[in-house]
Design a binder for this molecule. Structure first.
Ligand code: NAP
Length: 259
């Protein structure tokens, strides 16, 4: 299926690895030119080189922390008028809410709510003027079903979701869509990091904990990041213009609700 976005330009944040990288690759496979970002320069440059050679698109790598003003400004200087924005950043650490002070909360809100909103603010009016824009926020299944140890994530990401629910309806008439993708367990570095707590608490090996977690999922496996990237690319397609303000859960069926 041709998504009719070849030649367009996308900013994909936090994209040297994992889900962000998978989104970047899926867009590149459709002929989209990229500006990708992550903090660790050498890993980012390697990813950029791989995508360039595999898909033949232009890939600009901008190293920096996307949760800071400087990091976002650098990305926007490289691509002030993107057609597509994929918001992403690392997730907050797990823990007990009794141990989180104002600083912990401000950091989580900055990373997973305010930073994506500031990027949206920077690119949205240009998208409206040009009559095309696709914004996808990578959030979490925790927005739909809170994860007890990830209270910072549950809170901050739900804040972003509430904001986007309103804004997306204000801009849809201009062919600018904003949607959220909610990952369940996907096979990435972040997944293993979040399972580390269960390893410690249970005394089991990482592999045992991983298997137990897979066994609880109706699909009996973790998600493949490429599956996530494909969903992102579709939301960025020309054909997806009527999908507005949605929260699309990719969790292998883990959420047990009918709707
Ligand atoms: P990952 O495999 O650890 O990859 C994270 C990517 O983001 C790396 O490229 C990393 O590179 C970059 N990054 C992290 N913080 C950044 C920052 N402040 N500025 C710029 N780049 C940054 O993680 P992932 O699994 O893809 O997760 C992506 C998002 O989905 C996270 O918010 C995570 O919490 C959420 N999520 C993931 C899962 C899952 O199962 N994988 C489930 C639910 C939610 P550098 O470290 O070099 O910056």
């Amino acid at each position: 299926m041709d998504l009719h976005i070849a030649g367009r330009t996308a900013i994909v944040c936090a994209a040297s690895k994992g889900l962000g990288r998978a989104c970047a690759e899926a867009l590149a496979a459709e002929g989209v030119n990229l500006v990708i970002n992550a903090r660790t320069s050498d890993v980012l440059e390697q990813t950029a080189a791989n995508i360039r050679s595999r898909y033949g698109v232009q890939v600009t790598a901008i190293a920096g922390d996307i949760t800071t003003t400087e990091g976002r400004d650098a990305v926007l200087a490289a691509c002030p008028a993107p057609d597509i924005l994929v918001n992403n950043a690392g997730g907050p650490p797990p823990g007990d809410f009794r141990s989180w002070d104002d600083g912990d909360w401000h950091q989580a809100l900055q990373n997973n709510m305010v930073s994506p909103i500031q990027l949206i603010k920077a690119v949205l009016d240009g998208m409206i003027e040009r009559g095309f824009g696709r914004i996808v926020n990578i959030t979490s299944g925790a927005v739909k079903a809170p994860i007890p140890a990830l209270g910072l994530s549950n809170g901050a990401r739900t804040g972003l979701t509430g904001f986007v629910a309103g804004l997306s309806r204000q801009v849809a008439e201009h062919n600018v869509t904003i949607n959220n993708l909610l990952p369940g367990p996907f096979e990435t570095d972040r997944l293993n990091a979040t399972l580390a707590g269960a390893v410690k608490a249970s005394g089991q090996s990482l592999e045992q904990v991983r298997q137990a977690r897979k066994d609880t999922n109706p699909s009996k496996r973790f998600g493949d990041p490429d599956e996530f990237g494909a969903a992102c690319a579709f939301l960025c397609s020309t054909q997806a213009g009527f999908i507005v303000g949605q929260n699309i859960l990719l969790d292998g069926g883990a959420f047990p609700g009918t709707l």
